[in-house]
Ligand binder design. Structure first.
Ligand code: SF4
Length: 371
C-alpha cells in the first residue's frame, strides 16, 4: 500500500511534469514558433488560464499596437427568418410555409439603413435563414439596391450555408455565385455558421447544414474571389475537447492556404431552445479560449471578444487575455439575446475604462475608417 507521502509525491511529480510541458509550449508560442494540435490540446486540458492569458496578451502586444483596442459600427439586417436548415439551437427561424415569418423587401432594408446612418453606422451585416422561396435575383436586387442608395456602404453578407444554397439553386459553381454577388455590391463574407466543424457535432446541432468540408470550401472560394471575412467557434454544448482543437486546426489550415480571415471570434452557445443541451461555460473557460486562440491561431491577426454575447465584465478581462477588438456596437441583432454596446460613445467609454485607447475600424480592419 502506498503511504500518503508517496501519493503526494507522485501527485506533485505529475504536477511538476505538467508545468514543465506547459511552460515549454508557452515559451514556444511566445517566441512565435507554431504550436502543434497536440500541444494546443495539452494547454486546453491542463494549461493554467492565467499563465496562458499572460503570454497571449504579451503576444498580442508584440503584434499589434499595445495600447489600442479597436471597435466597429454596423447595422445587422436579417432579411428573412424563414429557414429550412432547422438548427436545433435556433429560436430565430420560422418554418418555410408556416406564414409566421417574414422576408424583407429592398425598401424595408433601405429604411433600416437610413435609420442606421443617423446613428453613424455605415456598414451592413446582411444575413438570413435559408429560404427556398427566394430566387437568386432577390439577393442581387438587395445588394444593388443598397449600393445604389448608399454607394459607400460596406456590405458584409451571407454565410457558407446561404451561399451554398444559392449555388444549388442556380446550379452555378460557387466561384461564379461569389463573383456575381461581389459585382452586385458584396464586400466581404462572414464565416458564420461554423459552430464546431466536425461531422459528429453537425449531426447533433444541424444535420441539414453544410458539412465541415463544404464550409471550408465556401470560405476558401470567397477568399479566391477577393471577399475576405472572419470565422468563429461556438462551443459550450456536447463537443469533445478534441473537437475544439479539430475546429481550430481546420481554421488555421484554411488561413494558411487562403489568407481569407481577418479575424476570429470565440462565442459560447446561448440558451435559445430546449432542443439541445448547453452547458454553462465558466468565465475562466471563456478566457482560456480567448488565450488559446491567440496562441494557436498564429496566422490570424485579430481576436475579437463579443461584448454582445459575454457582457461587459468578462469582455473587459478578455482584452488582457489576447483579444484586441470588441466587434461593437451592433445596431439590431435578432438572433441573439444582446448585452451589447449600442453607440460609438458607449464603445469608446468601455474601451477607455478598460485601459486602452479606442480606435474605430471598418469591416476590413482599416483603422480610422467608417466604411
Ligand atoms: S441558425 Fe441560421 S441556418 Fe440555422 S436554423 Fe437558424 S437561421 Fe437557419
Amino acid at each position: 500500500m502506498t503511504s500518503l507521502c508517496e501519493e503526494l509525491a507522485e501527485e506533485l511529480g505529475e504536477k511538476a511534469q505538467i508545468e514543465r510541458v506547459e511552460n515549454a509550449i508557452l515559451e514556444k508560442a511566445f517566441n512565435r514558433i507554431r504550436i502543434s494540435d497536440k500541444e494546443a490540446l495539452f494547454l486546453w486540458r491542463h494549461g493554467n488560464f492565467r499563465k496562458m492569458g499572460d503570454v497571449a496578451h504579451q503576444l498580442r502586444c508584440q503584434i499589434l499596437p499595445p495600447n489600442e483596442v479597436s471597435y466597429t459600427v454596423y447595422r445587422v439586417v436579417n432579411y428573412t427568418n424563414y429557414c429550412n436548415v432547422e438548427c436545433t439551437f435556433c429560436s430565430f427561424m420560422d418554418e418555410v410555409g408556416s406564414n409566421k415569418g417574414y422576408t424583407l423587401t429592398v425598401e424595408q432594408i433601405l429604411q433600416k439603413l437610413y435609420e442606421a446612418e443617423k446613428l453613424d453606422s455605415h456598414q451592413l451585416f446582411l444575413q438570413g435563414g435559408v429560404n427556398p422561396e427566394l430566387p437568386f435575383s432577390y439577393y442581387i436586387e438587395v445588394l444593388q439596391g443598397v449600393k445604389k442608395h448608399f454607394p459607400h456602404m460596406h456590405i458584409r453578407a451571407f454565410s457558407p450555408v446561404e451561399v451554398i444554397f444559392m449555388s444549388r439553386l442556380t446550379k452555378l459553381p460557387l466561384e461564379e455565385v461569389f463573383l456575381t454577388l461581389k459585382e452586385a455590391g458584396m464586400g466581404s463574407f462572414p464565416g458564420a455558421g461554423a459552430e464546431i466543424l466536425t461531422e459528429r457535432m453537425r449531426q447533433i446541432l444541424s444535420p441539414k447544414k453544410t458539412t465541415p468540408q463544404e464550409w471550408v470550401l465556401a470560405m476558401a472560394t470567397a477568399g479566391k474571389c477577393g471577399l475576405p471575412g472572419s470565422a468563429n467557434i461556438v462551443w459550450g454544448s456536447e463537443e469533445y475537447d478534441t473537437e475544439i482543437i479539430t475546429h481550430l486546426s481546420l481554421i488555421r489550415q484554411l488561413q494558411d492556404e487562403n489568407k481569407v480571415l481577418l479575424s476570429f471570434v470565440p462565442w459560447t452557445f446561448q440558451a435559445q431552445t430546449k432542443k439541445f443541451r448547453i452547458r454553462k461555460v465558466s468565465s475562466h473557460e471563456y478566457l482560456k479560449m480567448i488565450a488559446l486562440c491567440r496562441l494557436y491561431l498564429d496566422n490570424i491577426e485579430h481576436i475579437e471578444v463579443s461584448v454582445m454575447v459575454v457582457g461587459k465584465a468578462l469582455a473587459e478581462l478578455a482584452l488582457y487575455f489576447g483579444a484586441d477588438d470588441i466587434n461593437s456596437p451592433v445596431i439590431e441583432e435578432n438572433v441573439l439575446r444582446s448585452y451589447g454596446l449600442k453607440t460609438v460613445a458607449e464603445a469608446e467609454k468601455f474601451i477607455s475604462e478598460a485601459g486602452f485607447t479606442p480606435v474605430r475600424r471598418n469591416f476590413l480592419y482599416d483603422r480610422g475608417k467608417k466604411t
